[in-house]
Design a protein around this ligand. Structure first.
Ligand SMILES: *Cc1c(COP(=O)(O)O)cnc(C)c1O
Length: 364
């Protein structure tokens, strides 16, 4: 494998995977563990796949450091499908779903719930152009709340909750797609978290749902079986054909995560990476302008603007010829974005910081 051809990958998702994981999967691709067939050709009812499925669930639970009483589900449809499944399962007619609006994915989740029942905005930074996370000192929770939904890391804007907000006895649900396993958090505060795999966990195709069993018992059984979390729980996520190969890749990424020293080490690593970039932004005298209030900045998605779009376009074009990938901001907000998920090495961030300094010198 010619490693020199690998680019510095800052794609927002699907995102960088550890090179060792790609190579391992490549090696196993045609003949999976000496079985004489590819995993892609194997029945999901086979012992091999059942074991893989089970092992991956246990690995994830252990890395998330959750107490007993949580189930891991492997589902399809991406994180966006969870926007609809959550209210289908838990938003009863007499209840209200509470949403915190902190970015465009949070807004999408809220809009999907509004098709299904009563919703309420508990906190919002929309008026501030999603420059940060709204204060939670006095959350405006509705009575008869079904749950509170938050987006822990706002991938498009580049903000994240410094701490998990307090919501009392109301079930808390978190979209953790762009930050799962990136920092130490007391996840037992959540009744459910979910994440599309393609940012910190593996390839697109599998979505991880981790749900508290006692809450799962309250889920609706008046919706089609395939939409029920309980169906996936009862059948160990093998009710229908799961995305087997994506689960396998996730398994490899979880083992890689363990080898890095787990969440604690990765958190340190991620802060070192994002600090390199935020330091360049802050010391640039306004050449690079961070999009997010400093206290709410995400270590996963680092966003900034420059004086005008022409300069931003030049930055992107030059970065591409220097071996960088994926630095354009999301089309809805513009600017620049470097997504430095778990698998992005420190070296890539160091190279980007140097490129940014050099570009500022030449164009400032
Ligand atoms: C990427 C992302 C999504 C959308 O994920 P899909 O799997 O494409 O549906 C939702 N929420 C957050 C926070 C994300 O980062």
């Amino acid at each position: 494998m010619n490693q020199t051809k690998r680019r510095y990958n800052f794609n927002p998702g699907p995102a960088a995977l550890p090179l060792g994981v790609l190579e391992e999967a490549q090696q196993q691709f045609v003949d999976y563990e000496g079985k004489g067939i590819s995993l892609l050709e194997m029945s999901h009812r086979s012992k091999t796949v059942e074991e893989l499925n089970h092992e991956t669930q246990l690995l994830l639970l252990s890395l998330l450091n959750l107490p007993k009483g949580y189930e891991v589900l492997f589902m399809g449809g991406g994180a966006s499908t969870q926007f609809a499944l959550l209210p289908m399962n838990f938003l009863r007619p007499q209840l209200t779903a509470n949403y915190a609006l902190t970015g465009s994915f949070a807004e999408k989740a809220y809009k999907e719930a509004a098709y299904l029942g009563r919703t309420h905005v508990v906190a919002s930074s929309k008026e501030q152009g999603y420059r940060g996370i709204p204060a939670w000192d006095a959350p405006d929770l509705s009575p008869n709340a079904a749950y509170v939904h938050i987006t822990m890391n706002n991938t498009i804007e580049g903000s994240r909750y410094a701490e998990i907000p307090e919501v009392g006895d109301i079930p808390l649900v978190g979209d953790m797609t762009s930050e799962i396993l990136s920092r130490k958090l007391d996840l037992a505060k959540f009744s459910m978290i979910y994440a599309g795999a393609q940012k910190n966990l593996g390839p697109a195709g599998v979505t991880v749902v981790v749900i508290r069993e006692s809450w799962l018992e309250q889920a609706s059984s008046e919706i089609p079986e395939i939409m029920r979390y309980s169906t996936f729980a009862k059948n160990n996520s093998l009710f229908n054909t799961p995305p087997v190969h994506a689960i396998y890749m996730t398994n490899l990424v979880l083992k890689w995560t363990q080898k890095q020293g787990g969440v604690e080490q990765l958190e340190r690593h991620n802060l070192a990476k994002s600090d390199l970039l935020y330091e360049v932004i802050d010391a640039s005298g306004g050449f690079y302008q961070g999009m997010i209030d400093a206290k709410d900045r995400s270590p996963m998605n680092i966003t900034w603007r420059m004086a005008n779009e022409e300069l931003e376009r030049r930055f992107i074009a030059e970065s591409e010829t220097h071996g960088f990938e994926g630095l354009a901001g999301h089309r809805s907000v513009g600017g620049l974005r470097a997504s430095a998920y778990n698998a992005v090495p420190l070296e890539a961030c160091r190279a980007l910081a140097e490129f940014m300094l050099d570009f500022a010198r030449r164009n400032g």
